[in-house]
Write a protein that binds this ligand. Structure first.
Ligand SMILES: Cc1cc2nc3c(=O)[nH]c(=O)nc-3n(C[C@H](O)[C@H](O)[C@H](O)COP(=O)(O)OP(=O)(O)OC[C@H]3O[C@@H](n4cnc5c(N)ncnc54)[C@H](O)[C@@H]3O)c2cc1C
Length: 310
């Protein structure tokens, strides 16, 4: 309850305006976000690659409200793919379909698959030119069905695109089985949005149990699954499961977020596992930051008390 109230407070427009115009937030933003421009993201990836980690770069932004505004993220992603290629980095990209227009009102419908498909195709084709890969992040459950539909539509003609499954969703088993059947590269995460009990498990034990179930299926039958979590128990579970089934470390990878559990990332790399770090950059960091704060009540309280103390 306390967490939900705090999340509501930081999610409010008044709070967003206050925080984004205040310098006080900078240290905590810097922990989770590489910077505002492509160069900052590229710089962080250079450092990660030097320490044996791969990366996925995300240009922050979501829920754009008109077609013209989708041109900016599309342009940034096209430029980013060029920059990754030019710098010879081990990095791919992650994006959100609402940033490409999925949530723009289309003749009274709030889902605009056509625009998202057109924009995604441009990016996936450019990535293909550089032999690179595009991951579609999964947003709140209002968009799950449409995100999967846009994904499948693109995946018919392009193999360099993958998607995300959130273990907290009750339907995730169905999604994973279908994605496995189509040989899709899946990133498995717990899920970061506040969802109602009608669609999502709400207890941590249930989410973790489902995560294990989905992880086993993906490790056994999936195509280079990404185990995206900072949960040490789940990471150990994955390592043991893979070892017992003789699934070699080069058949999957671990993924973690920039700024979280760096020593765990380093430990996995030195044990011979593949680790990819999700590196967000861009000026639209507020919604991303609120999700990172909400994941840990300590983060949230630390953030709010520091903001008001100063
Ligand atoms: C690479 C990657 C991509 C993701 N993509 C998506 C996506 O497309 N859609 C989506 O809904 N979610 C996405 N997520 C977020 C994910 O769903 C979870 O919200 C997030 O990873 C926290 O869950 P956890 O698995 O780390 O487990 P938790 O049980 O939440 O955390 C385990 C431990 O990790 C540490 N930790 C976790 N989060 C934080 C934090 N914010 N700050 C400090 N420490 C922390 C804590 O020590 C905690 O005890 C992604 C996560 C990763 C790693």
């Amino acid at each position: 309850m306390l967490k939900e109230s705090l999340v509501k407070i930081i999610g409010s427009k008044a709070m967003r305006d206050f925080v984004t115009s205040s310098k006080m937030a900078k240290p905590i933003v810097d922990r989770f976000v590489a910077g505002v421009d492509i160069e900052s993201g590229i710089r962080v990836v250079h450092t990660l690659n030097k320490s044996g980690k791969r990366a996925t770069l995300d240009y922050l932004g979501e829920g754009v409200s008109d077609e013209a505004s989708t041109k900016i993220p599309v342009g940034v992603y096209l430029e980013l793919l060029e920059a990754i290629n030019e710098a010879g980095l081990d990095a791919n990209i992650s994006l959100k379909l609402t940033q490409l227009g999925l949530a723009i009102n289309n003749e009274g419908h709030v889902i605009n698959q056509d625009l998202a498909k057109r924009n995604l195709r441009k990016i996936v084709e450019r990535a293909s030119k550089f032999d690179n890969f595009v991951r579609i992040d999964m947003e709140c459950s209002d968009y799950t069905k449409a995100t999967l539909a846009v994904f499948y539509d693109t995946a018919i003609s392009h193999s360099n695109v993958g998607v995300v499954v959130q273990a907290y969703l009750k339907k995730s088993g169905e999604y994973v089985d279908n994605l496995i059947k189509h040989g899709v590269r899946v990133r498995l995460c717990k899920g970061a949005y506040l969802e109602p009990p009608s669609v999502a498990f709400t207890k941590k034990t249930e989410v973790d149990q489902n995560y294990k179930y989905l992880m086993e299926r993906l490790l056994n039958m999936g195509n280079f699954p990404a185990i995206a979590t900072h949960d040490v128990k789940l990471i150990d579970y994955a390592k043991n499961f893979a070892e017992n089934r003789k699934i070699k470390p080069n058949r999957f990878e671990f993924q973690m977020l920039y700024g979280i559990k760096r020593s765990l990332q380093d430990g996995l790399v030195s044990d011979g596992y593949g680790v990819r770090v999700y590196v967000p950059f861009g000026g639209e960091w507020y919604p991303y930051l609120t999700r990172r704060l909400a994941e840990r009540p300590e983060n949230l309280l630390f953030f709010l008390t520091n903001l008001f103390k100063k």
